[in-house]
Design a protein around this ligand. Structure first.
Ligand code: GLN
Length: 187
């Protein structure tokens, strides 16, 4: 099993460190050719507008979208969740648009720009430390989407078939449970 980490911008190094702790082979995805050698992909946090622009310029967007629609397992964290969303609240932009969710960017405003929370995650026994950095949350989900975690009533983790998305950053903590959860989707 080889996992790709989209490495155009943002926190891709931290995802690599998490995968290496789990002994999982991984490559950075920087071109559309890199997509030919992976069994699953992680879309890291960062800045979704910049990432979307690079995905288009490098012609990765359409191919990746098709691969996800055909079943490639994908795990989007923070910006990655924004890239996956079919709709963005108050914003006409759509990037990959494969996941039936509506996402609000920078949803916690300036005051609560960054915070962490110890919360429950459906399907993982221990509590998860959730680190939020200028994070989005999910406003609404379509029928096929499972809600996996909520913080203060707001949806912060979802799964739809081969797609997993969290508004928070598991790669910035020592807890590897979310990466393990994703790897089980890839197996
Ligand atoms: N605010 C960023 C965006 O809109 C996401 C922040 C993050 O990935 N930590 O893309």
């Amino acid at each position: 099993m080889r996992i790709g980490i989209l490495a155009l911008q943002g926190a891709f190094l931290e995802h690599r460190q998490s995968l290496e702790k789990l002994g999982v082979e991984n490559i950075y995805v920087k071109t559309k050719e890199d997509l030919d050698h992976i069994d699953g992909i992680i879309l890291p946090g960062g800045e979704s507008t910049a990432m979307g622009k690079l995905l288009r310029e490098l012609k990765i967007l359409e191919k990746l979208k098709r691969m996800i629609e055909e079943g490639l397992p994908v795990f989007g964290t923070c910006s990655g969740m924004i890239l996956l969303a079919k709709n963005l609240y108050n914003d006409k932009t759509c990037h990959l648009g494969t996941m039936d969710i509506e996402v609000r960017r920078n949803a916690y405003g300036r005051q609560l720009g960054s915070f962490s929370y110890l919360g429950d995650f459906n399907g993982i026994e221990n509590k998860i430390k959730m680190v939020f950095i200028r994070a989005p949350y999910v406003e609404t989900v379509g029928e096929g989407v499972n809600i996996l975690a909520k913080v203060n009533g707001k949806i912060v983790a979802v799964r739809e078939r081969n797609m997993l998305a969290t508004a928070f950053h598991p790669e910035l903590t020592d807890d590897l449970s979310l990466h393990k959860y994703f790897l089980n989707m890839v197996k």
